[in-house]
Ligand binder design. Sequence first.
Ligand code: F6P
Length: 323
Amino acid sequence: MKRIAVLTSGGDAPGMNAAIRAVVRGGLEQGWEVFGVRQGYAGLMGGDFVSLSARDVGGIIQQGGTVLGSARAPEFKTEEGRKQALANLEARGVEALVVIGGGGSQSGAYALSRMGFPVVGVASTIDNDLYGSETTIGVDTALNIALEAIDRLKVTASSHHRAFLVEVMGRDCGYLALMAGIAGGAEVIVLLEVESDPEEVIETLKAAYRRGKAHAIAVVAEGATNNANELMLYAQENQKRIGFDLRVTILGHVQRGGMPGAFDRLLATRLGVGAVERLAGGEHGVLMGLIRGEILATPLDEAAGRKKPLDLGLLEMARVLAK
Ligand code: F6P
């Protein structure tokens, strides 16, 4: 093999740059030329390639976001878009592609792989919903950002005897909400995986008030049927019953914009190097992930399009502990 390419796709995640750096420098070590593709699959279809040297990826391991840029590219779901992408890869003599991204991105990787092009995926999404990796690049940093926000909200909430509805990211997965809720000591956790009843949320906040708590926190997943704004509307009509004064904070993209912590830098580096090693060994059509502490490959036909289930037993544990 002489040339490979790497791209980042979907929602950015802290640690993506560390993974790019690992793929580029790992690839150069093999004697390959490494191209970066700008703006994910959009750049792949548009032919936006740049040859990367070791220096080009210097000083990025600690940066959040992705120096290659990322995009959501619905056109890549069409046969025409994919054929164009393959033509662009072939025109540059690129023989394999590393796709750093989450669920949608790995489905794209699988589609290319089925068309006969060698692809290796690297599990990266703050949502942590990818099958084939117990944790994905960006999760740890995003979770810590959410926790810092919750800790700060508790301080001001206590001063004013308030309850906060804190919405965390996760349109399709409640992992961040569940973990931020447990680690943040929330009184209520609202997920999309479990049907929520606004009345139950109100009653739980009210019970916390009656127990003499100075504040209460409800962590709500973005994708929950009753998101934070909807819960707020419902709660406002019942404000008197709750006791606490109520406020809403939506953390949103703040969670994605952090500098990667040590865990994400190390995970991303190991996954990026793992991807290069697999390609060097002639393996492709796989997703690189962390499984029981090891960097392992799962076939894309097993991982792509498959969501990792949440451990909902933890929700009951959180309920018991929120005394
Ligand atoms: O996929 C990661 C994620 O941050 C989700 O948690 C969130 O629902 C979504 O992306 C937001 O997407 P966008 O950045 O396109 O608004």
